[in-house]
Design a protein around this ligand. Sequence first.
Ligand SMILES: Cc1cc2nc3c(=O)[nH]c(=O)nc-3n(C[C@H](O)[C@H](O)[C@H](O)COP(=O)(O)OP(=O)(O)OC[C@H]3O[C@@H](n4cnc5c(N)ncnc54)[C@H](O)[C@@H]3O)c2cc1C
Length: 426
Amino acid sequence: MIAIIGGGICGLALALNLKRRGIACVVYERNREMREIGVGITLLPHAMKELEALGLAEPILTLGSENHDSRFFNRFGQLIYHEPRGRFAGYPHPEVGIHRGRLHSILYRKVREELGPEAVVLGRSCVAIDQDIDGVTLRLTDAAGKYLEPVRAEGVVACDGVNSAVRRQYVRGDAVVFTGINTWRGVTEQKSIFGGRSYLRIGSIRTGKMVIYPISAPDDGSGFQLINWVAEIQREASTANDWNAEGEVADFLPVFSDWVYEWLNVPALIRNSERVLEYPMVDKDPTPQWTFGRVTLAGDAAHPMYPRGSNGAAQAVIDARTLAEQLQLRADPQTAFLAYEGIRRDATARIVLTNRKQPPDFINLRVEDLVGDRPFDDLDAYISQTELRVMSDRYREIAGFSVPGSKLPDAVVSLAASSRSAGAPP
Ligand SMILES: Cc1cc2nc3c(=O)[nH]c(=O)nc-3n(C[C@H](O)[C@H](O)[C@H](O)COP(=O)(O)OP(=O)(O)OC[C@H]3O[C@@H](n4cnc5c(N)ncnc54)[C@H](O)[C@@H]3O)c2cc1C
């Protein structure tokens, strides 16, 4: 039996993948009940591909909202650039915004249906792991912190998230790295924006930034839908990185108080959210080892990344499938874990580092560099749409999700570069 520590997105996706390959597993989850917590999460096409293979595309598309396009604005509400997303950009799979709690419930329901209710044991915290030649022994406590009868398993996969207790046991000097960017997040029910299928980025991290996207379909009658928003500001964090920490509107609203456009009232969007959560933007330096004998790391426990490239859940579900494939191919969990690590460690380390160096609002930053922090009359005088498209394509390439067959011809790329050097912006 493979013991999975943590029943989040990665742990539940792993349980489903193992079941499909006939491998027994049990999930041990710290929380006493599965509540719909969190706010919105974006599932990029490569995440949807994995979830579709688990039979989950239909409920996700029903409860979430498929993105048709992505739009970039300066903080004065002027459109800088837009591009199609997901299936509308030629990917074979959609890009979907969904409430993280709903996604979690969809996975949990499916695990109970396919593996039975006993496959996920709630209210069990893993506090330590011992190994011997035949297997592993899990030390677990209940919700009150009381030690329980130890559990034996052939191997352990730690899917216990960014603050992983299992990783702490094996990785020396394990610590989160804070960028100096703090975020506040909420969900507001309101009239849809631009027809309700657009992912919006407004402003930049220098001026204050809003990321806004729908996470439910617009209601046919009222046109209302759930809209997720994230406010990002360069500022010290006042809380540790806890996904459920409550935030205060007064701490960040002043930055956005005059962001009122014909098409959106940002302060109202923020004020009308039922709840506000605060989460500092953190990740961890890539670690050179994930596998420690019969124990391996997966999802955020293995490669926590800044939650701003929409790639955390995608990489977690790819880990889950890769692990299950390797466990199916190799009888010995230690060998399977090492093979999985060989496939996934460097690939995810590149994404963690890209997320640090190349923020997804690079387009807005570039325009701010050229125009300054003021409205523009004619954006083409500073930068062309082709140049912006080249920048966007490059980002997707490094972040590991370029559109199949969409690369701009080299001639267009070099023309975009040379036209700019010939006609410098005013
Ligand atoms: C409550 C919560 C809310 C979130 N909200 C958002 C959001 O709004 N937007 C977003 O983009 N991302 C959010 N995330 C993060 C996102 O789910 C992950 O980045 C990504 O999906 C990778 O999933 P994961 O399974 O590796 O980690 P997670 O989804 O973080 O799951 C880890 C799981 O392990 C459990 N756990 C932790 N320690 C132990 C232990 N010692 N023993 C047993 N179980 C343990 C946790 O309770 C949790 O269920 C949230 C995560 C959590 C836990």
